[in-house]
Each structure stands twice: as C-alpha cells, then as structure tokens.
Design a binder for this molecule. Structure first.
Ligand SMILES: [Zn+2]
Ligand SMILES: [Zn+2]
Length: 232
C-alpha cells in the first residue's frame, strides 16, 4: 500500500501546504508567497511569549502562569493555520518533520531555554486519541527530541479519566482546579529537572499551565513550553 502511494505520489504535482497552489520545481513545501508570509515570532514577552505591546504584557498581567517560559515559533497566520489543519487531518508524519525542522532552526537562532532534561507532549484525552488514532503533540515532541537530542518521555503526564475529573465539579470549580485533570506517572523521577512541554497551538495557555502546575508540584526545576503557533 505504501509503495503504491509513493508510486502515485511521483506523478502527482506537489501542492503548497499553505494555499494549495502547484509548487514550482525549486519550491519545497510552501510556495514562495507563503514562505514569505511566515516569519519567526519576535518582540515578545520574555515570560509567556505573547507579542509585546507598548504597555508591556497584557497576558501576564491577567494570568498566573506556572511555567517559566513559553515560546511559539510562529503567529497563527492563515498559512500556519492551514499547515496545522493538514498536520492534524492529513499528512501527519511529513508535516511533523517540517515543523520539527523549523523548531530546530528557531531554537538555534534564539536559544530560548536553558538545558532541557526531558521533552514531553501535552497528552490527548484517551477517548479522543482512540478516535483519531494519534496525538499530534506526540509526533511533534518526538521529532524535536530526535533533532535536538533531548530525552523524550511520552508517558510522563497522563490525563485523568473523564469520570475522575469532570463529574463532581461545576464550571467554576473546574476553572479553579487548574491541575485537576492531569497526573504524573510515578515511574519517573523528575525532581530538579528541566522539562519542555510541547503542543501545536498556544491559545489561552490553560492546558499547558495546568500541566506546569502539576510538574512544579513535583519540584521540577524549570518548565518550558513550546508550541508551533500562537493564537492571539
Ligand atoms: Zn502557497
Ligand atoms: Zn507575558
């Protein structure tokens, strides 16, 4: 089946992952227009990674973050949004590799984090993972771990069962119990370690923040967050 797919792939025109235009011979995964539309996210808050405004960081003023630093490689632009959609629903492996490479370039250019002991993905709920068959954050974290030589621990954080978490809490209680949905696999010793948590998109940061809170509760030294895109 894979051989057949590769064989057919040889004759199909290559398509831009940003705008579906046919690619020229010298173009790789994005056309030149789309390539020009994506740039690394700069001028950001040193803590949460939000674009900085004249008046400092609005996001940090309104949130208590448990992670030490969060960084996103890109803004959630139309091109990146389209690539992330393709990543989730169509070409997982190929786009994980592309995002892995772009993340490596980002790390090498900005060196945003200190030493990393472990790299971990934001876990997907088991039920959702079963229906989709994979967790995109896992693919990303694994790809980055290979490139950066950081130890990958996919099973460090687990989501609690739905019934363990949601049923007894009302909406307000759920909001307050930031760390209630996650638990740490006791097989690993993480005290004093630096951990990088990976996800595809940073929206409100509430999921990564919940996990960071759990990790800090176990006396982890630094918790860092990397996402491919930052929604504003
Ligand atoms: Zn394009
Ligand atoms: Zn901030």
């Amino acid at each position: 089946m894979n051989i057949l797919k590769t064989f057919i792939g040889l004759f199909l025109p290559k398509i831009c992952l940003g705008c579906d235009k046919q690619l020229l011979k010298n173009e790789n995964f994005l056309c030149s227009n789309c390539t020009n539309s994506i740039t690394f996210l700069e001028n950001i808050c040193p803590i949460c990674g939000a674009p900085e405004t004249e008046h400092g960081c609005k996001v940090c003023g309104n949130h208590k973050f448990f992670f030490d630093k969060a960084r996103s490689v890109f803004i959630f632009s139309t091109t990146i949004q389209k690539m992330i959609h393709e990543f989730k629903y169509n070409e997982m492996t190929r786009i994980a590799k592309i995002f892995g490479k772009l993340s490596q370039e980002y790390f090498e250019k900005y060196q945003p984090f200190d030493y990393i002991d472990y790299i971990i993905p934001v876990p997907l709920h088991r039920v959702r993972k079963r229906s989709r068959g994979f967790n995109q954050a896992e693919l990303l974290a694994r790809e980055i771990s290979k490139r950066m030589n950081w130890e990958y621990l996919p099973n460090l954080i687990k989501r609690k069962r739905f019934t363990e978490t949601q049923t007894k809490l009302n909406r307000e209680q759920r909001k307050e119990n930031v760390s209630f949905a996650f638990k740490i696999n006791p097989e690993y010793s993480i005290k004093g370690k630096n951990i990088l948590l990976v996800d595809d998109v940073f929206t409100t940061g509430s999921t990564t923040n919940s996990i960071a809170a759990v990790l800090k509760g176990e006396q982890v030294n630094k918790v860092y967050v990397l996402t491919i895109a930052r929604a504003l």
